[in-house]
Design a protein around this ligand. Structure first.
Ligand code: S3P
Length: 444
């Protein structure tokens, strides 16, 4: 599937340096989790800075369908009245997950230890993505699934009581980790997840913040061992969601590659398990300065001052991949402007994101005139050494319902000579509804 029902094409063209101050929307991962845990807690949860993208709204709609009350106040704060762990109600209709893998996998975990049956449906992109990675551990806990080859549409009959398990993650995935931990909330006993490679830890932080008995330690083999004791009782919290580093990444790269740019991006979450893109761009010579470091909602945050820089190619350490797994499409754009060769490996997970982000970005960047070669698990990019990509093709870049492809190629477009035509900007609404407005404001 390469387009939504009513695609919105746009040609992104160079409009001079990016200058000014922006604030990106709330972190998507933290926003999903605040709705889910608020909906499971006893009492009221208040959330400020929530990302109001379509993915998070899919989570909110599902939690409402299972009994939670979720409203937005006039001041922009979100208020959630939870049902209590174990208190989810049988949804009357299928849960529509839209484009959102995070909603799907985390909610499958949540529902799997409740005595309800739920059907999950999604768009063409989501319906291609593998759910076997959560079906496997949740089946071991006792849930029952009907699906075609582990894809959506999928029906789950939750287990009551569910059985606690010890599960070693076969793929580095925060979604799978979180699904098992969330299933453990309503499972009597200790549910354990062993994580050979650390992934984003927002679930662990927030579960503790809501009062769950959760421990995380590193074992002798260097693996993270996370234990949750169920059934848990969660209590409503007040949460301030920091800005999303994955959204900030588009503006960081744009400012680095468009000559003359100098941009301040306020309130960017810099959790170690998410900030790999900043490390890598600095290794490539990028000028990214952290201003006013502080803690927001239990997460490290700073304002980032980013200035146009002469980038050079590097070998990206595959160990850093989990902390920037969503940022590779835009890193490829940065690398296409660097001097010399950038080699990325260990990216097999990119092939099962909203699109196959290796092939789709290879095709898109080639269309824009970049020198890129695809490997089984990565990409090799020979950069221009700072010169703009020629771009200017009449043919549109195909985004395949993938917001991060659309935004990455928008960045490529504003740094190019001839502009980049993106076939459909509507998927951007899933994670960053005001992306185009912010970009247009900076280049005006
Ligand atoms: C997410 C985890 C990552 C990431 C996704 C959000 C999360 O997925 O790509 O955008 O919120 O847990 P994986 O768990 O598949 O790596």
């Amino acid at each position: 599937m390469s387009a939504s029902a009513s695609p919105t094409p746009r040609r992104f063209v160079a409009q001079g340096p990016l200058k000014g101050t922006i604030r990106v929307p709330g972190d998507k991962s933290i926003s999903h989790r605040s709705i889910m845990l608020g909906a499971l807690a006893l009492g009221e949860t208040r959330v400020t800075g929530l990302l109001e993208g379509e993915d998070v709204m899919s989570t909110a709609a599902a939690m409402r369908a299972m009994g939670a009350t979720i409203t937005k106040t006039d001041s922009g704060e979100w208020v959630i009245q939870g049902v209590g762990v174990g208190g989810l109600l049988q949804p009357e209709t299928a849960l529509d997950m839209g484009n959102s893998g995070t909603s799907t996998r985390l909610l499958m975990g949540l529902v799997s230890s409740h005595a309800i049956t739920a059907t999950f449906i999604g768009d063409a992109s989501l319906s291609k993505r593998p759910m076997g990675r959560v079906i496997d551990p949740l089946s071991t806990m006792g849930a029952d699934f009907t699906s075609t080859e582990g894809r959506l549409p999928l029906t789950m009959r939750g287990a009551s009581p569910a059985v606690p398990i010890t599960y070693r993650l076969p793929v580095a995935s925060a979604q799978v980790k979180s699904a098992v931990l969330l299933a453990g909330l309503n499972t009597a006993g200790v549910t354990t997840v062993i994580e050979p490679v650390p992934t984003r830890d927002h679930s662990e932080r927030m579960l503790k913040g809501f009062g769950a008995n959760l421990t995380a330690e590193t074992n002798e083999a260097g693996e993270r061992v996370i234990r949750i004791h169920g059934p848990a009782e969660l209590t409503g919290q007040t949460i301030e969601v920091p800005g999303d580093p994955s959204s900030a990444a588009f503006f960081i790269v744009a400012a680095l590659i468009v000559p003359g740019s100098d941009v301040l991006i306020e309130n960017v979450g810099l959790n170690d398990t998410r900030a790999g893109i900043i490390t890598v761009l600095r290794q490539m010579g990028g000028s990214i300065e952290e201003v006013n470091p502080r803690i927001v909602g239990g997460e490290p945050v700073a304002d980032l001052r980013v200035r146009h820089s002469a980038l050079h190619g590097i070998n990206v350490d595959p160990a850093i991949v989990p902390s920037m797994v969503d940022e590779f499409p835009v890193l490829f754009v940065a690398a296409a402007h660097a001097a010399g060769r950038t080699i990325c490996t260990g990216l097999e997970e990119l092939r099962v994101k909203e699109s196959d982000r290796i092939t789709v970005m290879r095709v898109a960047l080639e269309l824009a005139g970049a020198k890129v070669a695809e490997t089984e698990d990565g990409m090799i990019i020979d950069g221009t050494g700072g010169a703009p990509l020629p771009a200017g093709a009449a043919e549109a870049v195909a985004t395949h319902l993938d917001h991060r492809i659309a935004m990455s190629m928008a960045v490529a477009g504003i740094a190019s000579e001839g502009g980049v035509l993106v076939d459909d900007t509507s998927p951007i609404r899933t994670s960053f509804p005001n992306f185009e407005a912010l970009m247009d404001g900076l280049v005006a």
